[in-house]
Design a protein around this ligand. Sequence first.
Ligand code: NDP
Length: 286
Amino acid sequence: MSFRSELVGSFSTGSAENPTVAMMDAAFAAEGLDWRYVNCEVEPDDLPDAVAGARAMGWRGFNCSVPHKQAVIEHLDELSPTAAITAAVNCIVRTPAGWVGHNTDGVGFATAAEEHLELGGCRMLIVGAGGAAHAIGVEVALRGAATVLVANRTAARAEALASLIAERTPARAEVWAWPGAPSTPVGLPEDTDLVVQATPVGMAPHTGAAVPVAWDGLRPGTVVADVVPNPPRTRFLDEASARGAAVVDGTGMLVNQAAENIRLWTDRVVDRAVLRAALERAFAGA
Ligand code: NDP
């Protein structure tokens, strides 16, 4: 019998809007694990103290969300390959060698997408070039994607991401021009296997919005994914689905990212259905 729980948690600003704790509580209960996930509001200037506090209190690890994903790196001892290439960390694990930083956003996406297509050899178009696009682009490229095309409202950021992927992974990566963005539709390259919407467009409460896409170019078999987790069924996915595409929602990415965090911390493979049900209850306000 022990009266001491194992501790993990999250450091971010805007933490009250982060539903991860609901998934973690449900998973730990389902697994019978005496672990607690503490969702902490941490301002940028306080991050060093927060990391030192977690170390002093023997936390097993923690998540970092906005705005700490880059800043936390200087406090870590090692990085996973995707975290090193993206220079962004969202999951930190205590190991005998020290704090190891991972980027499980990309893993979460890839795991969700792999239910629908083989990522090895795939040809992917990503719309967006921010943090989520970096995590997805690099992870999918490291899993053997043949081509990664990046379309972004700000062309310079598309160029930066395409160059990063081309230089640091085996995939071919290029900018996909988005003329007159953002109101002009993004054209679909002829041979695309996977289209990923990696911007916040369509997120609640702006659920009527969608990045415009020239869907007429959609070929049979193309998988279409959205990173927006709330609502799970975005207008973007509705438009793709109406044209016969298989769709991957942002909830799947979030659920699989949480499952990967738990695996890294506890070595347990949790039932994704438990995580998804907890997330849906959280989004429904239950
Ligand atoms: P960033 O701020 O890092 O990047 C945002 C990207 O979206 C940029 O490329 C930006 O373009 C583009 N963008 C923003 N607004 C518009 C618009 N109106 N029209 C066209 N492009 C636009 O954000 P993140 O990458 O961190 O997050 C993006 C989304 O991913 C969020 O909704 C977030 O919730 C979600 N996300 C989901 C996860 C999940 O597990 N499901 C995990 C992580 C993130 P520009 O460069 O021109 O500014």
